[in-house]
Design a protein around this ligand. Structure first.
Ligand code: HEM
Ligand SMILES: *[C@@H]1O[C@H](CO)[C@@H](O)[C@H](O)[C@H]1NC(C)=O
Length: 469
């Protein structure tokens, strides 16, 4: 079921496009500079079009499929998923080649319907000068210098979330999604745009419901509703921009977009604002949900985190003195828990690229137009770099991991510009969660689902109780 969801959500639309294009272009006669033919990477392609989709589907857990392949063929292998010829890479060196040193040869690739829904001018889909321009604006808005002042505002969002869960059975993932959405909106719009924010949230939620639906744009379908909400979102962002142009600027993402000599159009800004919300929300919420689970399952680790956070709480003058950026820099144990959670859970199991020309890698040919998938999860679970890889053990991060063996935020030109903000909001929430609340996970709750990110089963239903009660 999980793999099926992954397939429907992520692979199917991409792959259908592939099957159609693939008909026109058979794998070109491979040739290197010397004129000598290069072999394709090893691997089996299965039946044309259907390829190995069935094995991926029937392996229940897509990660098992990838791991099995890697054991058989090594760190670079080819496969065929519904007409889509793919090269999967799962060594640090190969990931570095694709994402960092030869990034210009591999462009990001998404299904057209997703591009249309998020906004075709959003950062993920770009390459070259426009991408570099956007990246400068996004990176400066989420740099440590820019986000350090927002610690108190993030803290009040965290406290508000925790109070709303107190004593009730909640779906941890859904609650974490709300928290991550509120922090994302704060970092994009600052604290002043409140009058538009409620409607913006509602439209965003409608958009999200349609995101994984069949891309059929007929009245009544989820996809149609999502496209309508998408248009309304563009209008709301345009209103916010107009209001903002009249006033002083802040230090949020919108300010970064507006305070720019090569001005972006309103449509470009809207596409990127919506894109950032999308990139920020399920990712951060999934990691937070896994943290709750892993800490619940490892009482000695939880105790070490509580000790660290209580020490920080004690060092403050009074119990309601706000947290500072400097406090968050002292949360070393909690930071290692975040790292180990991201390694074990590897919520983004892989990413997609497409070769823009025939590329040679270590004597193999990667033909133009083939998809290339760096498999983050396989790299993070390699026993060569992480002994007993399935064991949750934050102490392994007392030593910094080797380059390109641990890439929860990717690497290179498209790596995550929101990584400092993501870590900050996780630290702030866990400071209050572990010092003020208790929760317990039980064996019956173990299990993983994919939707499309790996997640504890059913989003981890949980009761958080205030320690004073
Ligand atoms: C723990 C939470 C997060 C994880 C694990 C994560 C992971 C990633 C990864 C792996 C990529 C690169 C994908 C690729 O190379 O194909 C990425 C890109 C991106 N992320 Fe994050 N992310 C997280 C949170 C955030 C947050 C909070 C924001 C914004 C505030 C954000 C904004 C972005 C953007 C805009 C991109 C696209 C960058 C580009 O294409 O140049 N992410 N993220
Ligand atoms: C990204 O790649 C560069 C160049 O290989 C490397 O120095 C750096 O450590 C890598 N980053 C991560 C997170 O592995």
């Amino acid at each position: 079921m999980g793999a099926f969801l992954l397939f429907v959500c992520l692979l199917a639309p991409l792959v259908l496009a592939c099957a159609i294009r693939g008909r026109r272009r058979r794998a070109a006669a491979p040739a290197s500079c010397s004129g000598k033919a290069l072999p394709l990477p090893p691997g089996s392609m299965g039946w044309p079009y259907v390829g190995e989709t069935f094995q991926l589907y029937s392996s229940k857990n897509p990660n098992v499929f990838f791991a099995r392949k890697q054991n058989r063929y090594g760190p670079i292998f080819k496969t065929h998923i519904l007409g889509c010829p793919c090269v999967m890479v799962s060594s640090p060196e190969a990931a570095r080649f694709v994402l960092v040193t030869q990034a210009h040869l591999f462009k990001p690739t998404f299904p057209a319907s997703k591009e249309r829904m998020l906004g075709p001018q959003a950062i993920f889909f770009q390459q070259g000068d426009y991408h570099a321009h956007l990246r400068r604006l996004v990176s400066r808005a989420f740099s440590p210098e820019a986000i350090r002042a927002s610690v108190p505002a993030i803290e009040s969002i965290a406290l508000r979330s925790l109070r709303s869960w107190d004593g009730q059975l909640v779906n941890t993932f859904q609650e974490m999604k709300l928290y991550a959405l509120n922090v994302a909106l704060l970092s994009i719009f600052g604290e002043e745009e409140m009058r538009y924010i409620e409607e913006l949230k509602q439209c965003y939620l409608t958009l999200e419901k349609g995101y994984n639906s069949m891309p059929v744009n007929l009245p009544g379908t989820l996809f149609h509703k999502a496209m309508k909400a998408r248009k309304r979102l563009g209008d709301i962002v345009a209103h916010i921009i107009a209001a903002r142009r009249e006033r002083q600027r802040g230090s949020d993402l919108l300010a970064s977009f507006l305070d720019d000599r090569e001005a972006l159009t309103d449509a470009q800004i809207a596409d990127n604002v919506i894109g950032v919300i999308f990139a920020a929300r399920d990712t951060t919420a999934s990691v937070l949900t896994w943290m709750v689970k892993f800490l619940g399952d490892h009482p000695s680790v939880l105790k070490a985190v509580i000790d660290e956070q209580e020490e920080i709480a004690r060092s403050k003058g009074s119990s309601d003195e706000p947290l500072t950026w400097a406090d968050t820099r002292r949360m070393r144990m909690t930071s290692r828990v975040i790292q180990e959670t991201m390694r074990v859970a590897s919520i983004l199991s892989f990413t997609f690229r497409e070769a823009v020309e025939d590329v040679e890698y270590q004597g193999y040919l990667i033909p133009k137009g083939w998809k290339v998938l760096p498999l983050f999860r396989n790299i993070h679970h390699s026993p060569d770099h992480f002994p007993c890889p399935d064991k949750f053990d934050p102490s392994r991060f007392e030593v910094a991991p080797k380059p390109n063996t641990f890439m929860p935020f990717g690497n290179g030109t498209h790596s995550c510009p929101g990584n400092e903000l993501a870590k900050l909001e996780m630290l702030v929430l866990f400071h209050h969660l572990v010092t003020k609340y208790r929760w317990s996970t039980s064996k019956s709750e173990s299990g993983v689902q994919f939707g499309p990110f790996a997640l504890p089963l059913n989003g981890l239903p949980m009761t958080f109780t205030h320690k004073d009660d």
